[in-house]
Write a protein that binds this ligand. Structure first.
Ligand code: 13P
Ligand code: SF4
Length: 298
Protein backbone atom coordinates (compact mmCIF):
# COMPACT_ATOMS: atom_id res chain seq x y z
CA UNK A 1 0.00 0.00 0.00
CA UNK A 2 1.30 3.49 -0.79
CA UNK A 3 2.30 5.82 2.01
CA UNK A 4 -0.39 8.21 0.85
CA UNK A 5 -3.06 5.51 1.24
CA UNK A 6 -1.70 4.48 4.64
CA UNK A 7 -2.00 8.09 5.85
CA UNK A 8 -5.54 8.41 4.52
CA UNK A 9 -6.59 5.12 6.17
CA UNK A 10 -5.02 6.02 9.50
CA UNK A 11 -6.56 9.47 9.39
CA UNK A 12 -9.99 7.91 8.97
CA UNK A 13 -9.39 5.32 11.68
CA UNK A 14 -8.29 7.98 14.18
CA UNK A 15 -10.90 10.51 13.07
CA UNK A 16 -8.10 13.02 12.60
CA UNK A 17 -7.75 15.97 10.30
CA UNK A 18 -4.78 17.10 8.22
CA UNK A 19 -4.16 20.76 7.50
CA UNK A 20 -1.53 22.02 5.08
CA UNK A 21 -0.17 25.52 4.59
CA UNK A 22 0.01 26.82 1.01
CA UNK A 23 3.82 26.38 1.01
CA UNK A 24 3.74 22.66 1.71
CA UNK A 25 4.99 20.16 -0.84
CA UNK A 26 2.36 19.20 -3.42
CA UNK A 27 2.14 15.63 -2.09
CA UNK A 28 1.28 16.98 1.37
CA UNK A 29 -1.30 19.38 -0.05
CA UNK A 30 -2.93 16.43 -1.82
CA UNK A 31 -3.54 14.47 1.41
CA UNK A 32 -4.80 17.51 3.35
CA UNK A 33 -8.42 18.14 4.27
CA UNK A 34 -7.78 21.87 4.11
CA UNK A 35 -5.06 23.94 2.48
CA UNK A 36 -4.79 27.59 3.42
CA UNK A 37 -2.97 30.58 4.81
CA UNK A 38 -1.56 30.69 8.31
CA UNK A 39 -4.44 32.31 10.14
CA UNK A 40 -7.17 30.67 8.10
CA UNK A 41 -5.89 27.23 9.06
CA UNK A 42 -5.67 28.07 12.78
CA UNK A 43 -9.23 29.33 12.71
CA UNK A 44 -10.34 26.24 10.81
CA UNK A 45 -9.14 24.05 13.69
CA UNK A 46 -11.44 25.82 16.14
CA UNK A 47 -14.42 25.46 13.79
CA UNK A 48 -14.06 21.70 13.23
CA UNK A 49 -15.43 18.92 15.33
CA UNK A 50 -12.14 16.94 15.36
CA UNK A 51 -9.83 16.52 18.34
CA UNK A 52 -6.72 15.22 16.60
CA UNK A 53 -5.07 17.61 14.16
CA UNK A 54 -1.91 17.10 12.10
CA UNK A 55 -0.66 20.56 11.21
CA UNK A 56 1.62 20.54 8.17
CA UNK A 57 3.24 23.93 8.34
CA UNK A 58 5.79 25.69 10.54
CA UNK A 59 5.66 25.71 14.32
CA UNK A 60 4.15 29.17 14.90
CA UNK A 61 1.13 28.16 12.81
CA UNK A 62 0.54 24.99 14.83
CA UNK A 63 1.00 27.06 18.00
CA UNK A 64 -1.67 29.55 16.89
CA UNK A 65 -4.03 26.61 16.36
CA UNK A 66 -3.20 25.29 19.85
CA UNK A 67 -3.73 28.74 21.39
CA UNK A 68 -7.17 29.06 19.81
CA UNK A 69 -8.17 25.41 20.48
CA UNK A 70 -6.59 24.40 23.80
CA UNK A 71 -8.59 21.19 24.15
CA UNK A 72 -7.41 19.69 20.87
CA UNK A 73 -4.27 17.68 20.22
CA UNK A 74 -2.23 19.58 17.62
CA UNK A 75 0.67 17.68 16.06
CA UNK A 76 3.60 19.10 14.10
CA UNK A 77 5.17 16.24 12.06
CA UNK A 78 8.71 17.67 12.23
CA UNK A 79 9.91 19.60 15.28
CA UNK A 80 12.49 21.38 13.13
CA UNK A 81 9.88 22.95 10.89
CA UNK A 82 10.25 26.47 12.27
CA UNK A 83 9.97 29.89 10.67
CA UNK A 84 13.36 31.67 10.84
CA UNK A 85 11.68 35.07 10.85
CA UNK A 86 9.54 34.17 13.88
CA UNK A 87 12.75 33.38 15.73
CA UNK A 88 14.39 36.72 14.89
CA UNK A 89 12.59 38.43 17.79
CA UNK A 90 13.18 37.27 21.36
CA UNK A 91 11.07 38.06 24.46
CA UNK A 92 14.14 39.71 26.05
CA UNK A 93 14.73 41.96 23.03
CA UNK A 94 11.07 42.89 22.76
CA UNK A 95 10.85 43.75 26.48
CA UNK A 96 13.90 46.00 26.12
CA UNK A 97 12.37 47.82 23.15
CA UNK A 98 9.12 48.28 25.07
CA UNK A 99 11.06 49.72 28.06
CA UNK A 100 12.57 52.30 25.71
CA UNK A 101 9.11 53.08 24.26
CA UNK A 102 6.71 52.60 27.18
CA UNK A 103 3.84 54.40 25.47
CA UNK A 104 3.96 52.25 22.32
CA UNK A 105 1.56 49.41 21.60
CA UNK A 106 3.05 46.13 20.43
CA UNK A 107 1.63 44.68 17.21
CA UNK A 108 2.96 41.25 16.40
CA UNK A 109 2.58 39.56 13.06
CA UNK A 110 1.23 36.01 13.47
CA UNK A 111 4.66 34.79 12.34
CA UNK A 112 5.90 34.93 15.94
CA UNK A 113 6.27 32.44 18.79
CA UNK A 114 3.55 32.06 21.44
CA UNK A 115 5.83 33.87 23.92
CA UNK A 116 6.04 36.93 21.68
CA UNK A 117 2.28 36.91 21.11
CA UNK A 118 1.86 36.80 24.89
CA UNK A 119 3.82 40.06 25.19
CA UNK A 120 1.80 41.78 22.45
CA UNK A 121 -1.21 44.06 22.62
CA UNK A 122 -2.59 42.61 19.41
CA UNK A 123 -1.61 40.27 16.57
CA UNK A 124 -2.04 40.84 12.85
CA UNK A 125 -1.73 38.92 9.60
CA UNK A 126 -0.41 40.22 6.31
CA UNK A 127 -4.00 40.81 5.15
CA UNK A 128 -5.23 42.80 8.16
CA UNK A 129 -2.01 44.52 9.37
CA UNK A 130 -3.16 47.98 8.21
CA UNK A 131 -6.64 47.66 9.70
CA UNK A 132 -5.27 46.31 12.99
CA UNK A 133 -2.69 49.10 13.31
CA UNK A 134 -5.28 51.78 12.50
CA UNK A 135 -7.65 50.34 15.12
CA UNK A 136 -5.29 51.12 18.02
CA UNK A 137 -5.56 54.28 20.15
CA UNK A 138 -1.81 54.52 20.57
CA UNK A 139 0.14 56.68 18.13
CA UNK A 140 3.42 54.81 18.56
CA UNK A 141 3.53 51.19 17.40
CA UNK A 142 6.26 48.61 17.94
CA UNK A 143 5.84 46.28 14.98
CA UNK A 144 7.46 42.82 15.09
CA UNK A 145 9.17 40.92 13.54
CA UNK A 146 9.02 41.73 9.80
CA UNK A 147 10.65 45.00 8.69
CA UNK A 148 9.13 44.70 5.21
CA UNK A 149 5.58 44.28 6.51
CA UNK A 150 6.25 47.08 9.02
CA UNK A 151 7.37 49.36 6.18
CA UNK A 152 4.33 48.39 4.09
CA UNK A 153 2.08 49.38 7.02
CA UNK A 154 4.10 52.53 7.76
CA UNK A 155 3.42 53.83 4.24
CA UNK A 156 -0.33 53.40 4.72
CA UNK A 157 -1.11 54.58 8.27
CA UNK A 158 -0.67 57.92 10.07
CA UNK A 159 1.25 56.50 13.00
CA UNK A 160 4.83 56.20 14.14
CA UNK A 161 5.96 52.66 13.44
CA UNK A 162 9.00 51.28 15.26
CA UNK A 163 9.98 48.23 13.22
CA UNK A 164 11.83 45.16 14.40
CA UNK A 165 14.58 44.32 11.94
CA UNK A 166 13.46 40.77 11.12
CA UNK A 167 12.72 39.54 7.63
CA UNK A 168 11.65 36.44 5.77
CA UNK A 169 14.65 34.97 3.94
CA UNK A 170 12.33 33.53 1.27
CA UNK A 171 10.53 36.76 0.35
CA UNK A 172 13.39 39.16 1.04
CA UNK A 173 15.31 37.17 -1.55
CA UNK A 174 13.08 38.33 -4.42
CA UNK A 175 14.79 41.22 -6.23
CA UNK A 176 13.55 44.26 -8.10
CA UNK A 177 15.58 43.06 -11.11
CA UNK A 178 13.74 39.73 -11.14
CA UNK A 179 10.38 41.51 -11.19
CA UNK A 180 11.47 43.83 -14.02
CA UNK A 181 12.73 40.91 -16.08
CA UNK A 182 9.57 38.85 -15.51
CA UNK A 183 7.40 41.83 -16.51
CA UNK A 184 9.43 42.45 -19.66
CA UNK A 185 9.04 38.80 -20.64
CA UNK A 186 5.31 38.80 -19.85
CA UNK A 187 4.05 42.32 -20.61
CA UNK A 188 0.36 41.38 -20.36
CA UNK A 189 0.65 39.65 -16.99
CA UNK A 190 -0.42 41.12 -13.65
CA UNK A 191 1.81 40.90 -10.59
CA UNK A 192 0.76 39.73 -7.15
CA UNK A 193 3.22 39.89 -4.24
CA UNK A 194 3.27 39.00 -0.56
CA UNK A 195 3.83 41.98 1.79
CA UNK A 196 6.90 40.22 3.21
CA UNK A 197 8.66 41.27 -0.03
CA UNK A 198 10.92 44.32 -0.17
CA UNK A 199 9.38 47.73 -0.90
CA UNK A 200 10.93 47.93 -4.38
CA UNK A 201 9.24 44.64 -5.28
CA UNK A 202 5.88 45.69 -3.81
CA UNK A 203 6.05 48.97 -5.72
CA UNK A 204 5.81 46.99 -8.95
CA UNK A 205 2.88 44.83 -7.87
CA UNK A 206 -0.74 45.25 -8.99
CA UNK A 207 -2.00 43.25 -6.03
CA UNK A 208 -0.49 42.72 -2.56
CA UNK A 209 -1.88 40.10 -0.21
CA UNK A 210 -1.50 37.08 2.02
CA UNK A 211 -1.33 33.65 0.41
CA UNK A 212 -5.08 33.25 1.01
CA UNK A 213 -5.72 36.47 -0.92
CA UNK A 214 -3.63 35.13 -3.79
CA UNK A 215 -5.74 31.96 -3.95
CA UNK A 216 -8.86 34.15 -4.22
CA UNK A 217 -7.28 36.41 -6.84
CA UNK A 218 -6.30 33.37 -8.91
CA UNK A 219 -9.93 32.27 -9.11
CA UNK A 220 -11.40 35.72 -9.67
CA UNK A 221 -9.04 37.42 -12.12
CA UNK A 222 -9.91 37.62 -15.80
CA UNK A 223 -6.20 37.81 -16.66
CA UNK A 224 -4.66 34.63 -18.00
CA UNK A 225 -1.07 35.24 -16.86
CA UNK A 226 -0.14 36.09 -13.30
CA UNK A 227 3.36 36.70 -11.95
CA UNK A 228 3.51 35.57 -8.34
CA UNK A 229 5.86 36.95 -5.69
CA UNK A 230 5.75 34.29 -3.03
CA UNK A 231 6.90 30.77 -2.24
CA UNK A 232 7.11 28.28 -5.11
CA UNK A 233 4.67 25.69 -3.77
CA UNK A 234 1.84 28.21 -3.67
CA UNK A 235 2.56 28.90 -7.34
CA UNK A 236 2.36 25.14 -7.94
CA UNK A 237 -0.99 25.02 -6.14
CA UNK A 238 -2.37 27.88 -8.25
CA UNK A 239 -1.32 26.14 -11.47
CA UNK A 240 -2.81 22.85 -10.26
CA UNK A 241 -6.18 24.40 -9.38
CA UNK A 242 -6.58 26.92 -12.21
CA UNK A 243 -5.77 25.08 -15.40
CA UNK A 244 -7.09 27.88 -17.65
CA UNK A 245 -4.50 30.36 -16.32
CA UNK A 246 -0.74 30.46 -16.04
CA UNK A 247 1.04 31.38 -12.80
CA UNK A 248 4.71 32.22 -13.04
CA UNK A 249 7.01 32.66 -10.01
CA UNK A 250 8.76 36.02 -9.81
CA UNK A 251 11.79 34.19 -8.50
CA UNK A 252 12.96 30.59 -8.57
CA UNK A 253 14.75 31.35 -5.28
CA UNK A 254 11.54 31.89 -3.33
CA UNK A 255 11.79 28.56 -1.60
CA UNK A 256 11.09 28.03 2.13
CA UNK A 257 13.20 25.08 3.14
CA UNK A 258 11.59 24.93 6.59
CA UNK A 259 8.19 24.27 5.08
CA UNK A 260 9.66 21.32 3.15
CA UNK A 261 10.80 19.58 6.34
CA UNK A 262 7.36 18.02 6.46
CA UNK A 263 7.20 14.89 4.34
CA UNK A 264 4.73 12.07 3.76
CA UNK A 265 6.97 9.87 5.92
CA UNK A 266 7.02 12.12 9.00
CA UNK A 267 3.33 12.96 8.56
CA UNK A 268 2.56 9.23 8.71
CA UNK A 269 4.76 8.81 11.79
CA UNK A 270 3.13 11.82 13.45
CA UNK A 271 -0.32 10.39 12.92
CA UNK A 272 0.69 6.89 14.01
CA UNK A 273 2.56 7.87 17.20
CA UNK A 274 0.63 11.10 17.81
CA UNK A 275 3.76 13.22 17.90
CA UNK A 276 4.99 15.98 18.18
CA UNK A 277 2.29 17.58 20.27
CA UNK A 278 2.32 21.35 20.69
CA UNK A 279 2.44 22.29 24.36
CA UNK A 280 2.16 25.85 25.57
CA UNK A 281 2.04 26.84 29.25
CA UNK A 282 -1.36 28.04 30.42
CA UNK A 283 -0.08 31.51 31.31
CA UNK A 284 1.51 32.08 27.90
CA UNK A 285 -1.47 30.59 26.10
CA UNK A 286 -3.99 32.82 27.87
CA UNK A 287 -2.03 36.00 27.14
CA UNK A 288 -1.33 35.00 23.53
CA UNK A 289 -5.01 34.12 23.03
CA UNK A 290 -6.00 37.63 24.14
CA UNK A 291 -3.76 39.17 21.45
CA UNK A 292 -5.08 36.82 18.77
CA UNK A 293 -8.72 37.32 19.78
CA UNK A 294 -8.30 41.10 19.82
CA UNK A 295 -7.16 40.83 16.20
CA UNK A 296 -10.15 38.63 15.31
CA UNK A 297 -12.49 41.29 16.76
CA UNK A 298 -10.99 43.89 14.40
P1 13P B 1 0.28 33.69 4.95
O1 13P B 1 -0.32 34.07 6.25
O2 13P B 1 0.01 34.68 3.88
O3 13P B 1 -0.11 32.31 4.59
O4 13P B 1 1.85 33.75 5.08
C1 13P B 1 2.54 32.96 5.95
C2 13P B 1 3.95 33.00 5.67
O5 13P B 1 4.72 32.34 6.31
C3 13P B 1 4.41 33.86 4.61
O6 13P B 1 5.74 33.69 4.41
FE1 SF4 C 1 8.79 31.99 7.62
FE2 SF4 C 1 9.30 33.07 5.27
FE3 SF4 C 1 9.05 30.45 5.46
FE4 SF4 C 1 6.93 32.06 5.70
S1 SF4 C 1 8.19 31.73 3.88
S2 SF4 C 1 7.43 30.32 7.00
S3 SF4 C 1 7.85 33.79 6.77
S4 SF4 C 1 10.62 31.72 6.39
Amino acid sequence: MSLKQKILDLKKQKDAIILAHNYQRQEIQKIADYIGDSLGLSQKVSQLNKDLVVFCGVKFMAESAAILSPNKKILLPNKQSKCPMARMVTPKGLKELKEKNPKAAIVSYVNTTAKIKALSDICCTSSNAIKVTKSLDKQKIIFVPDKNLANYVNKRVEKQIIPWKGYCPTHDNITEQEVKKAKEKNPKAIVTAHPECKEEVLNQADHISSTGGMVDLAKETKKSKILVGTELDLVNRLNRENKDKEFIPLSQNAFCQNMKKITLKNTYEALKKEKFEINITTETRKKAKKALEKMLEV
